[in-house]
Write a protein that binds this ligand. Structure first.
Ligand code: RP5
Ligand code: MG
Ligand code: MG
Length: 272
């Protein structure tokens, strides 16, 4: 059973707030933890932002939990989450911190993650296989996040009312291409369709007891390497670096992105 790890027993990012210690055995809400006394923290910079909810409790802001609330999707992919004292509860369990941290929404914060892949090739264009497994090596576009310096899928938040397919293309273009004169080709590549490989909770370092990341991850594969596989990558927005990365079991990525990428490897029967 999955227990989040990145959002426990550390300092909350870009703050000096220490999370209340939570051991593996203490993660699930069903485990009694009478001493549990997490600090509350909501990052000051999210106050008043258009993409952020107002504070809670509130007399005027009445979020509709577990449903589409106007344009904001407050539904979790994990079924109905509990609401305690007016605040939604993390569906996995304790994180050692209440409040929203630096996340904009109370409850689920929906993101989309595009895993753009191609086969690794030699100078002559022949696909390269791993000598041990005999399986072809797949490469993905990874970005380096500016907030934690970790390599990651170039994903981002779904804007209110935005279709996930739009988020996927938009975030990839912003973070991995920055600017491109090949917009039509990119448009066609994403239009051709991706394969959904994951939908659900993200073990993100920003998660709290009352706010967490969820994502929809799709694989967009350039089989013959003639499309996005040819493009010059350029880091933009909140990415400081971008590159084609060989995918295998040594891959270390932000949050649980490596587990998500592993789903692509299985589906494409690639080397791991
Ligand atoms: C991750 O954070 C998600 O899987 C997605 O990749 C990303 C969205 O947040 P930002 O990149 O906008 O910070 O947890
Ligand atoms: Mg972004
Ligand atoms: Mg991003």
């Amino acid at each position: 059973i999955f227990r989040h790890l990145m959002c426990r027993n550390n300092m909350y990012p870009r703050s000096s707030v220490l999370r209340y210690p939570v051991s593996d055995e203490q993660v699930f809400w069903s485990e009694p933890f009478p001493d549990y006394c997490p600090p509350a923290y909501t990052a000051p910079h999210i106050g008043g932002q258009v993409w952020a909810d107002p504070p809670l409790p509130s007399d005027t802001f009445r979020p509709q939990w577990n449903q589409l609330d106007g344009q904001v999707n407050r539904e979790s992919f994990h079924g109905a989450y509990n609401v305690q004292n007016g605040l939604p509860l993390n569906p996995i369990g304790r994180t050692g911190l209440t409040g929203r941290g630096s996340l904009g929404r109370w409850g689920p914060n929906h993101a989309a993650d595009p895993i753009v892949t191609r086969w690794k090739r030699d100078g002559q264009g022949a696909i390269l296989a791993n000598l041990t497994t005999g399986k072809n090596i797949i490469q993905m576009v990874a970005i380096q996040r500016s907030d934690n310096k970790l390599w990651a899928i170039p994903g981002g938040m779904v804007d209110p009312g935005e279709n996930v397919s739009v988020t996927l293309k938009r975030e990839f273009t912003e973070e991995a291409l920055n600017f491109t004169d090949k917009a039509n080709m990119v448009e066609r590549f994403f239009q051709a369709g991706g394969v959904q490989v994951y939908q659900g909770y993200v073990d993100d370092f920003r998660n709290t007891d009352n706010a967490w990341m969820e994502t929809t991850a799709l694989n967009f594969h350039d089989e013959d390497g003639s499309q996005v596989g040819q493009l010059e990558l350029m880091a933009g927005d909140d990415a400081t670096n971008v590159r084609w990365t060989d995918v295998d079991s040594n891959l270390k990525l932000h949050a649980n992105h490596a587990d998500i990428v592993r789903e692509v490897v299985i589906r494409r029967n690639a080397h791991w």
